[in-house]
Design a protein around this ligand. Structure first.
Ligand SMILES: [Ca+2]
Ligand SMILES: [Ca+2]
Length: 264
């Protein structure tokens, strides 16, 4: 009777916890903790700032690498975590163009995504620019700026920042998720709408420019509304679409206004 009882417990235990231990994307080993789907370590708050190669070494020593930011959602999750925990520092993250100038790669040679919403955008007397700018011709390593911007910036590898590490054994699980995303079927959109991310959009770049109110009416006449960009993946998809179709020089109205709250 006793033996039967123990066996039953074992089966229940294995049934409940067995799945958890085989899901490598969900479990983080000390000193890493879960941030979105990633297992990260921000270093302890008293940790001295180090140069980029020392940061790589630090992460390797605890069983990781500098974090790879490959999707807008990963980027958003990390920024939210930093804000919630007040970890407002400048961090080394994975990525450099040391091997080939202008070609940004992660430690595993995969390409670092360029452009929006990842890299810092700024303006000066000569116009608008987006990092990487290789300022001073010596910026070959990747940092994540602190508040208020949190965007990515190319930075001299020999200067000092905190390491932001990601557990190595968890990276594999993450990669599978990404490949599944790429293979997902494309949306069926009614003409003239085209699939952009998980939404059907129409970029009206061939019409004359109009006011925002005219744009609202135009979209209504086409059985739509102005696009609501409320998700970083959709922002990325729209950015890629604009660049692929060489209409990135145009400006578009979007849904969203503060008209209701204004007094006049
Ligand atoms: Ca560079
Ligand atoms: Ca820079």
């Amino acid at each position: 009777m006793d033996k039967y009882f123990i066996l039953s417990i074992y089966i229940i235990f294995n049934h409940v916890f067995g799945n958890v231990s085989t899901n490598n994307a969900a479990v983080c080993n000390n000193p890493f903790y879960k941030v979105g789907e990633k297992c990260l370590h921000f270093g302890d708050l008293n940790f001295l700032e180090v140069n980029q190669s020392e940061a790589v070494e630090y992460c390797n020593d605890i069983g990781g690498n500098l974090v790879m930011i490959q999707t807008p959602t990963q980027f958003k999750n990390i920024i939210e975590y930093i804000n919630e925990n007040n970890y407002l520092r400048q961090y080394w993250i994975d990525g450099s163009d040391l091997e080939q100038k202008g070609k940004w790669v992660f430690h595993n040679e995969e390409l670092v995504p360029m452009g929006t919403p990842f890299w810092y955008v700024y303006t000066n007397v000569n116009g608008w620019f987006q990092d990487p700018d290789d300022a001073g011709r010596g910026e070959d390593c990747l940092v994540m700026y602190p508040k208020p911007t949190f965007y990515l910036n190319d930075y001299p590898c020999n200067l000092f920042n905190r390491p932001l590490c990601e557990e190595s054994s968890a990276i594999k699980g993450e990669k599978i998720i990404q490949e599944e995303l790429i293979d997902s079927p494309t949306l069926d959109c009614t003409v003239p709408y085209v699939p952009v991310g998980d939404t059907c959009l129409d970029f009206l770049f061939y019409t004359a420019t109009m006011t925002w109110s005219e744009a609202v009416l135009t979209c209504e006449a086409m059985a739509g509304t102005l696009a609501k960009i409320d998700d970083p993946e959709l922002l990325r998809a729209a950015y890629l679409y604009l660049h692929e179709h060489i209409i990135s020089g145009e400006s578009f109205w979007l849904g969203g206004s503060d008209l209701d709250e204004e007094e006049t």
